[in-house]
Design a protein around this ligand. Structure first.
Ligand SMILES: [Zn+2]
Length: 540
C-alpha cells in the first residue's frame, strides 16, 4: 500500500493487488480481490480467545490477507494485507476495542493494509477508519438490508423511511434498499477520505460520534493512550483546527503544545510578564486588539496569552501550530474542566519560570483561570483592568503599570527554536527581515531560518542546521537522493521526529533539508514510502 495521506491511524492511499489498484479506504467485494477468502475456514476465532486456543484453530495458509489476533504474536510482514476477523464484535466493549487495537497496531508493521470483515456500516465506518482500518466489504450493510433497516451515516431507521425524502440516491428512487444501503456506505467513505486529505478527520469523528455512546467511549479511551497516539499525530497541519467539543481538549495537538511549553520552551530574559486575552484572529498579532496591547506594553514585559484550550501561548509562539490555527466557540464562559486544565498549565509554567511581577490584563474566564493558577503555584498577580481589556482606560492602566520597566529584547527566534528543536540558541548577531508572519532570520548576512507561513514553524537552512547541535536527524545510505528520500534509503531516524517536522538528512555522499513525511520510528519499521520530502540537497 502506498500511503498518500496519514492522520494518526487513518490513511488514504493506493493499494495494488496483482493487477488491481484500489484507492483506500475502500469498500468492495473482497472475495474478488482475494479469492482465497472463499475457501478460508476457521478464521472466526473470538478476539478475546487465549493464545493456545488461537494456535489450535487459526489457519495461516500463506495467502493474503493474513489474519492476526490480539493474543498471538504478529505473523504479518511489511506490505501484507491484514484481516482482523470479528472486529465488529469489538464495538460491544469500547475498552476492549482500544486495548486490542493498540496491541495489534503496536506489534504489526505500519506499512500493512487493514481489512475489517463484515464490520462497516455508514454509521460506524468513521471510527473504523479513524482507528486504522482501510478495507471493508458489504456484508454488514447487506445484513441490514435483509433485516429491513435503512442505514444513514447518522442513524438507522425502518425501511419505510426510504420514502421520506431523507436520501435521493438511485436506490431510494427505485425503492431498492440494498442499493441505498451500499451507496450510503460508499458515500460516507468518500466523505471520510476527503476529511483525511484535508487533515480534518478528527473534527468529522468528533461530530459523527455524538450519535453513539460507544463511539464517544472509543474516542476517549484512545485519547487516554497518548504514548501510543502522540507519535502518530502530525506536528502541524495547514488550515484551521476546529476545537468545538469536549473531546477537542484532549487532542494530541493540544496536549503536546502544553507539554512542550513546559518542558522545552525557554522564555526571554524578562522579569515582568503580562497576561493578555486571546483574539479570534490568528496569529493574535494581526488582530486590532493585540495591536493595541502591543502598543501599550511597548516591549516592557513578556507577553503571554491566556487562551482555551491551549492554556498559555507566549507571544513568540503565536504562529506555531496549533496556536496560530485553532478556532474555538467564544461565549465568555469557561467550564470547570476547561478552567482546571488551563489553570494547571499556567501554574506549571509559572512554577518553572519565575518573574518579579506578573500583570493580569484579563477579564472573564481568562481572569478566573489566572487567579486559580496564582493560588496553586503561590504567585501574586497585579491587575490592570476590570473589564474590556482593549479599551482606552484599561490600556492606559497597563501603560501606567509598566512605567519605568526596562525594554526587553523581542526574540521570537529564540523562543521558537527552544519549542521546536529543544535548544537554547544564541541569537546574538542575528538579523530579521520580511513582514510578519513571513520572516527570515540571518546570522552575519547568511540566512539560517525562515517561518513556514502555512504551519508557523521554523524552517532551517543548512547554515541553520549547523546551529542545532543534535536531534531531528535522518541518516541515509551511501547515495545522493534524487528528489524525496524513500524509506529503503533510511539507515536511522531520530525517534522524536513526527510527520511534518523539519529534519536534516545526512549521509556519506549528500545532505538534505526537508520535512518528515512519517514519524521517525516508522521510517525504521517500514519498508516502503516517502520518508522525507526534500527541499534542498547538498553533495558532501
Ligand atoms: Zn438513498
Amino acid at each position: 500500500m502506498e500511503i498518500r495521506k496519514r492522520d494518526m491511524l487513518a490513511r488514504s492511499g493506493i493499494m495494488t493487488v496483482h493487477d488491481t489498484t484500489v484507492k483506500t479506504p475502500a469498500v468492495m467485494d473482497m472475495e474478488r480481490l482475494f479469492p482465497s477468502l472463499l475457501s478460508m475456514r476457521l478464521s472466526n476465532i473470538p478476539l478475546s480467545a487465549p493464545e493456545d486456543f488461537v494456535r489450535s484453530y487459526s489457519v495461516q495458509n500463506g495467502n493474503q490477507p493474513v489474519t492476526i489476533y490480539p493474543m498471538l504474536d504478529n505473523t504479518a510482514q511489511s506490505g501484507d494485507c491484514i484481516m482482523v476477523a470479528n472486529w465488529h464484535t469489538a464495538f460491544l466493549n469500547p475498552r476492549n476495542y482500544v486495548d486490542w487495537l493498540v496491541t495489534l497496531k503496536e506489534k504489526t508493521p505500519p506499512d500493512t493494509t487493514w481489512y475489517a470483515p463484515a464490520a462497516a456500516l455508514p454509521a460506524n465506518v468513521h471510527i473504523l477508519i479513524y482507528t486504522g482500518f482501510d478495507l471493508f466489504d458489504f456484508r454488514a450493510v447487506d445484513l441490514k438490508t435483509v433485516q429491513g433497516i435503512f442505514c444513514t451515516a447518522e442513524s438507522e431507521f425502518p425501511k419505510t423511511a426510504m420514502k421520506s425524502g431523507i436520501c435521493s440516491c438511485e436506490g431510494c428512487k427505485t425503492e431498492n434498499l440494498k442499493m441505498h444501503n451500499r451507496k450510503a456506505l460508499l458515500s460516507e467513505i468518500a466523505l471520510i477520505t476527503r476529511f483525511i486529505e484535508q487533515g480534518q478527520l478528527r473534527e468529522l469523528v468528533e461530530s459523527r460520534c455524538r450519535m453513539h455512546a460507544v463511539h464517544v467511549a472509543i474516542l476517549r479511551h484512545l485519547d487516554n493512550r497518548s504514548t501510543f497516539t502522540e507519535p502518530r499525530v502530525p506536528i502541524a497541519r495547514a488550515g484551521v483546527m476546529r476545537v468545538n467539543s469536549g473531546e477537542s481538549m484532549n487532542r494530541v495537538e493540544i496536549r503536546r503544545f502544553a507539554e512542550r511549553l513546559i518542558s522545552r520552551y525557554i522564555p526571554p530574559k524578562a522579569d515582568v510578564a503580562v497576561l493578555l486575552p486571546c483574539s479570534a484572529k490568528k496569529p493574535y498579532s494581526i488582530s486590532q486588539s493585540h495591536r493595541r496591547f502591543q502598543a501599550a506594553v511597548a516591549h516592557r514585559a513578556h507577553e503571554l496569552i491566556v487562551t482555551s484550550p491551549l492554556g498559555l501561548v507566549p507571544r513568540e509562539l503565536e504562529t506555531v501550530y496549533p496556536a496560530g490555527h485553532y478556532d474555538v466557540p467564544v461565549t465568555g464562559y469557561w467550564d470547570a474542566e476547561e478552567c482546571a486544565v488551563i489553570s494547571g498549565i499556567i501554574a506549571r509554567y509559572f512554577a518553572r519560570n519565575r518573574y518579579r511581577r506578573i500583570i493580569a490584563h484579563l477579564e472573564g474566564g481568562a481572569l478566573k483561570v489566572a487567579k486559580m493558577a496564582a493560588e496553586t503555584c503561590g504567585i501574586t498577580l497585579e491587575y490592570s483592568c476590570r473589564d474590556y481589556p482593549a479599551g482606552d482606560e484599561a490600556l492606559a492602566n497597563l501603560d501606567l503599570a509598566l512605567a519605568g520597566e526596562r525594554r526587553i529584547k523581542d526574540d521570537r527566534l529564540h523562543g521558537m527554536c527552544s519549542y521546536q528543536f529543544d535548544i537554547d540558541l544564541d541569537t546574538r548577531d542575528f538579523s530579521m527581515r520580511g513582514r510578519f508572519p513571513e520572516i527570515f532570520y540571518s546570522k552575519n548576512n547568511v540566512q539560517c531560518f525562515s517561518i513556514d507561513t502555512a504551519t508557523g514553524m521554523l524552517r532551517p537552512t543548512f547554515d541553520g542546521w549547523n546551529l542545532i547541535p543534535e536531534g531531528y536527524r535522518v541518516t541515509i545510505d551511501d547515495f545522493v537522493p534524487e528528489g524525496d528520500v524513500l524509506v529503503p534509503g533510511v539507515e536511522n531516524a531520530d525517534p522524536q521526529i513526527r510527520e511534518g517536522d523539519e529534519v536534516l538528512v545526512t549521509g556519506p555522499r549528500a545532505w538534505a533539508t526537508g520535512k518528515a513525511a512519517m514519524p521517525g520510528d516508522e521510517m525504521c519499521q517500514s519498508k516502503r514510502g516517502v520518508a522525507v520530502r526534500v527541499r534542498k540537497i547538498k553533495r558532501v
